[in-house]
Design a protein around this ligand. Structure first.
Ligand SMILES: Cc1ncc(COP(=O)(O)O)c(C=O)c1O
Length: 422
C-alpha cells in the first residue's frame, strides 16, 4: 500500500507576492478549455517570465550573430552575453570556477556526456555502477546501456514500497570497492522526495566512486551550493527553472572535465587542427562543439537573475506551503492515494496521486476540461512504477506562481473525477 500518512500541520502562508509575480508570466492570462489556465505541470517544464522571452527575442532582433568567431561588434556582443551566462550559472551554484560549467542542450545530454566522456574511458568489465530505483530515465538509461556495453554491473538502491523513499539499509553492499560511479537524483520527479544524498555521496566518496547528482527537479527549487554538495558532477536543465528549452548544464569538477574525452567533435572546441592531428581546447569549450543555443543561453541568464531576485529560499518555502495545503485538502477526498514520504520536509512541491479506480489519463482529461494542466502516466520513471506496482500517477507540481486558490480548484476538479468514477 503506497498511501502516505501525511504530517498534518497548519499550512503557513509565505512571503512571496505571488499576485505580482504572476503578472511576469504572460501565459497565465490565457484560458484553457475556456477556463482560467492553471498550470501544475512544472515538473515537466516551467513557464517563462517576460524578461526571459524578451532576451531570447533580443538576440534575434538585435544581434543574430554567431559567437566566438566574428570580429564585428554584434558578434562580439553576442559572445560576451553567452560567456557571461557561464559566470551567472557558476555564481548561482557557488562553483569555484566558471570553467566548471558546460552548456549542453538538456540534463539528458549532460548525463550522456558523462557517460561517453568519463565513464566509457574509466569503467571496465566487472566494475559496478550504482543508481537508484527512483531515477528519471535520464539518469537511469545511460548507465544501464553503458553497463550492458562495458560488461559492468548496475546496482539499484531499492525503494521502501511503503512510501517510495529509498531504503538505504544495504547501502554499504550496493556501493562497494568495485563501484566506479554513483548516480543519484536530488529530487524525485514523481514524488518530490529528496533522498539523503549527503549520506549516499559520502559512501560513494569513501569507496572512491565518481558521483553524479541529477538536479533537474532540485536546482529550480533550492539553494544549491556545489562546494557543499561535494559531488563530481551535477546535471540540470534551464527549461525547468524559468529558462528556455534546449539548454542544459553539466557542472563538473574542473580536473575531471579536463581529463574527459569530448563527446561531440567539430568547430569551436578545437585549438588547432592539422591534417595529422587536432588539439582540443580545455573544458568547458571542448564540450561545446558547433554553434550552441546562443539565444537560449542568454535567456537562461535572465531566468537565473529572475529567480535570484525572487529568492530561492522564498520559492522553496512557498512550494512547501502549497504542498502542505494540498496534502491537507487531499485528505478530504475518499479513495485518493498519494505517493511519497509522510514527512513533507523531505519533499519538494510535487504531489503524485491516483483517485479510486480512475486511470491517471482519465483523471488528467477531466482536469484538462477544468483548465488544469497536470502530467499523467509513468513520468519517465518506469523502474519506480514497476517497484510500486502501479500503472502511473497524476502529478501536480508547483512553482513560484502557483496559489492556494489553484489548489482549491484542483481539489474541486478531483471531486468531479470521484463523482464520475464512483
Ligand atoms: C529528475 C529528472 N532528471 C532528468 C530529467 C531530464 O530533463 P531533460 O528532459 O530536460 O533532459 C528530468 C525531466 O523531467 C527530470 O525530472
Amino acid at each position: 500500500m503506497q498511501q502516505s500518512q501525511p504530517t498534518m500541520e497548519p499550512a503557513a502562508r509565505t512571503s512571496l507576492n505571488v499576485e505580482a509575480l504572476r503578472r511576469d508570466f504572460p501565459i497565465l492570462t490565457r484560458t484553457m478549455r475556456g477556463k482560467p489556465f492553471i498550470y501544475l505541470d512544472n515538473g515537466a517544464t516551467s513557464l517563462k517570465p517576460q524578461s526571459v522571452i524578451d532576451e531570447e527575442v533580443r538576440y534575434y532582433t538585435e544581434l543574430s550573430a554567431n559567437i566566438h568567431r566574428g570580429v564585428y561588434e554584434f558578434s562580439e556582443e553576442a559572445s560576451e552575453c553567452y560567456d557571461q551566462t557561464r559566470g551567472i550559472v557558476a555564481r548561482f551554484l557557488n562553483a569555484p570556477s566558471e570553467r566548471e560549467i558546460v552548456f549542453t542542450k538538456s540534463a539528458t545530454e549532460s548525463s550522456n556526456l558523462i557517460a561517453y566522456g568519463w565513464a566509457m574511458k574509466n569503467i571496465k568489465q566487472g566494475d559496478e555502477i550504482c543508481i537508484s530505483e527512483i531515477e528519471h530515465h535520464a539518469n537511469f538509461v545511460p548507465w544501464q546501456a553503458l553497463a550492458e556495453r562495458l560488461g559492468a554491473t548496475l546496482r539499484l538502491i531499492p525503494i521502501d514500497p511503503g512510501d517510495a523513499s529509498l531504503d538505504l539499509s544495504d547501502l554499504d553492499r550496493l556501493i562497494n570497492d568495485r563501484t566506479r560511479l554513483v548516480g543519484i537524483t536530488a529530487m524525485s520527479n514523481v514524488t518530490g522526495y529528496m533522498p539523503p544524498i549527503e549520506r549516499i555521496l559520502a559512501r560513494a566518496r569513501a569507496v572512491g566512486a565518481v558521483t553524479v547528482v541529477d538536479g533537474a527537479q532540485w536546482v529550480s527549487h533550492a539553494t544549491v551550493d556545489v562546494q557543499k554538495l561535494d559531488a563530481d558532477f551535477l546535471i540540470f536543465s534551464a527549461h525547468k527553472m524559468c529558462g528556455p528549452t534546449g539548454v542544459g548544464v553539466l557542472y563538473g569538477r574542473e580536473a575531471l572535465l579536463n581529463e574527459m574525452d569530448p563527446f561531440l567533435f567539430g568547430g569551436d572546441m578545437v585549438l588547432r587542427v592539422r591534417k595529422e592531428k587536432t588539439v582540443f581546447r580545455k573544458a568547458p569549450e571542448k564540450f561545446e562543439a558547433g554553434t550552441p543555443n546562443i539565444a537560449g543561453v542568454m535567456a537562461f541568464g535572465k531566468a537565473i537573475e529572475y529567480l535570484q531576485n525572487v529568492g530561492m529560499k522564498a520559492i522553496h518555502e512557498h512550494e512547501q506551503d502549497l504542498l502542505r495545503y494540498m496534502v491537507e485538502r487531499a485528505s478530504e477526498i475518499d479513495g485518493l492515494v498519494s505517493y511519497g514520504p509522510a514527512d513533507l520536509s523531505t519533499r519538494g512541491g510535487i504531489f503524485s496521486f491516483n483517485v479510486g479506480d480512475a486511470h491517471p489519463h482519465d483523471t488528467g482529461n477531466i482536469l484538462d476540461e477544468d483548465g488544469i494542466a497536470v502530467r499523467t502516466g509513468l513520468h519517465c520513471a518506469h523502474p519506480l512504477m514497476q517497484a510500486l506496482g502501479i500503472p502511473g500517477t497524476v502529478r501536480a507540481s508547483f512553482y513560484l506562481y502557483n496559489t492556494r486558490a489553484e489548489v482549491d480548484r484542483l481539489i474541486e476538479s478531483i471531486h468531479r473525477v470521484r463523482r464520475i468514477f464512483s
